[in-house]
Design a protein around this ligand. Structure first.
Ligand code: GLU
Length: 305
């Protein structure tokens, strides 16, 4: 099914404050949606009970506002959509596409490195799909709660990314429901994007490899597939994805360490995207006039710190 809208979203996980890289992705998602005259939504991806904190959520939303980014409708929390995620799981179960998996991380690593074939590196090789009745009974008797995996049947999914062009991948048997009884990201994200009418997903290109998985889940559920634009990341001086260990990278830390106001952070982001001159004061509305998705840099930017 074709995407019907250009509505966009930013979907942060509230596991810490947003850094310049997350904020730049938010700015880009906002620019894509607003440039198309479409709605822009914020969805809080708070499925991981161990890492999600309401105070991080509040700070993240405050930082988006401080940059001058606005959004439509209420902020949706993924944790409040659990019944819908369960329904999607049940639909896949009814279609015979779900099986329990008791493998530990170490077992998956060992099996994945021994496996050969078309699956990407580190992919789950389907161990628990091939258990004998006795092996299965033994695991069931262990009392350990299994994760639930999609039987992806080795399907290959192709799509065209707005920035990366044609992308294709063989989908492995991804986790749909975690063994701590929470919906897995790859299930929740595509159900929520569809239910919220998101027509174009703009997010960091570290998630490019997850997209075939999400598109397969969408197809099996009969949900519309969004279009995708995977945007370049901001890296630290060591060439790795920007993170807290790189020093002052959040709005609060940049204010304390460098005296940056939110507008200075916005200026840095705009400059890094070729939308402003260094030091030039800019507003989101001005950036909207200058923004051309096709002229976006394709390479990551380094934040020197
Ligand atoms: N919640 C994910 C993250 O913060 C992003 C998910 C997405 O944009 O699809 O990394």
């Amino acid at each position: 099914m074709a995407a019907m809208s250009r509505d966009g979203r930013f979907a942060p996980s509230p596991s810490g404050p947003l850094h310049l890289g997350n904020l730049r992705t938010a700015l880009l998602a906002w620019l894509f949606a607003r440039r198309a005259g479409a709605r822009f939504r914020v969805r809080v991806e708070d499925l991981d009970p161990g890492r999600s904190r309401r105070e991080h959520e509040a700070r993240q939303l405050a930082d988006l506002r401080a940059l001058g980014l606005d959004w439509d409708g209420p902020v949706v929390r993924q944790s409040e959509r659990r019944a819908r995620h369960r329904e999607a799981l049940a639909q896949l179960q009814a279609a015979g596409r779900v099986y329990p998996c008791w493998c530990t991380r170490a077992e998956i690593r060992a099996a994945a490195s021994a496996a050969h074939g078309p699956l990407p590196e580190g992919a789950y090789p389907g161990t628990c799909k091939r258990l004998t009745a006795a092996q299965r009974a033994e695991r069931e008797a262990s009392g350990r709660r299994p994760a639930l995996r999609l039987d992806a049947a080795g399907e290959r999914v192709a799509f065209v990314d707005r920035l990366h062009g044609p992308v294709a991948g063989v989908v492995d048997d991804l986790v749909l429901w975690r063994n701590d009884d929470t919906p897995a990201y790859n299930l929740a994200v595509i159900v929520d994007d569809a239910d919220q009418g998101i027509g174009e997903v703009v997010r960091g290109d570290d998630l490019l490899e997850s997209t075939p998985r999400q598109l397969l889940v969408a197809r099996l559920l009969g949900l519309p597939a969004p279009a995708y634009a995977h945007v370049p990341l901001v890296l630290g001086p060591d060439g790795r994805r920007l993170a807290k260990r790189h020093g002052a990278v959040t709005l609060a830390d940049l204010a304390a360490a460098r005296g940056w106001r939110p507008a200075d952070a916005l200026g840095w982001m705009a400059t890094s995207l070729g939308l402003a001159e260094p030091g030039e004061p800019v507003s989101p509305a001005q950036l909207l006039d200058r923004f051309d998705p096709d002229a976006l840099p394709r390479a990551a930017t380094t934040f020197a710190g």
